[in-house]
Design a binder for this molecule. Structure first.
Ligand code: URA
Length: 202
């Protein structure tokens, strides 16, 4: 069994926080574990809880369309969440729930070592980049401690607001460019200084 599968098994039987008592299924994440891109949402909703898979409801359908817009499918990338169990009534996860669940995500990312982490929504963004505001940070790649992040609005927000949807659509199209830029930089400097910076797009 791979290290990632071991983590996913642990997630599925996890009872470390009260969310385990109200969940139907824990949702460790799904997709290609060798992907260069990992998408991180906030936490499972109703459909995800029922199926044990991330982003399978309306927001997930939209995410699939967004992936199509850059010639990818959900099987090409890895999709997961900050918390792996559904908060009741879709409330925000509590700080204790986030900190209890965090080691699972940290370990997943250590194993997968993606070139780019795309955060979906402000909660996922603030998990990694605590001082940013989504209204100004969305679509702006940011390197922090050697890892590149792209904060995006949550796809669910795009379902309700046309202006937000237009932002998400435009931000998403930057992903291939950003990935390419990361690779070009890595080829030039195999051991970069890992400065925290805004990654300039070409
Ligand atoms: N919203 C999220 O943040 N994650 C999911 O998996 C589904 C909806």
């Amino acid at each position: 069994m791979s290290d990632l599968e071991t983590i996913h098994r642990k997630v599925k039987t996890c009872a470390l926080c009260p969310l385990s008592q109200t969940r139907t299924h824990a949702v460790p994440g799904a997709g290609n574990p060798n992907s260069e891109i990992v998408f991180v949402g906030e936490g499972p909703g109703k459909n995800e809880d029922l199926q044990g898979l991330p982003f399978v409801g309306a927001a997930g359908k939209y995410l699939e369309q967004l992936l199509e817009s850059i010639n990818l499918t959900r099987d090409d990338v890895f999709i997961t969440n900050i918390v792996k169990c559904r908060p009741p009534n879709n409330r925000d996860p509590l700080p204790d729930e986030v900190s209890t669940c965090a080691p699972y995500l940290t370990r997943q990312l250590e194993i997968m070592q993606p070139k780019l982490i795309v955060t979906l929504g402000r909660h996922a963004m603030n998990f990694f980049l605590s001082n940013l505001r989504i209204s100004t940070a969305h679509g702006q790649p940011k390197r922090y401690r050697g890892q590149v992040y792209l904060p995006l609005y949550h796809p669910a927000a795009g379902l309700y607001r046309a202006a937000t949807r237009a932002d998400i659509d435009a931000d998403f199209l930057k992903i291939p460019l950003i990935l390419n830029k990361i690779k070009v930089e890595q080829d030039k400097t195999p051991e970069p200084e890992n400065k925290d910076e805004q990654l300039k797009l070409i």
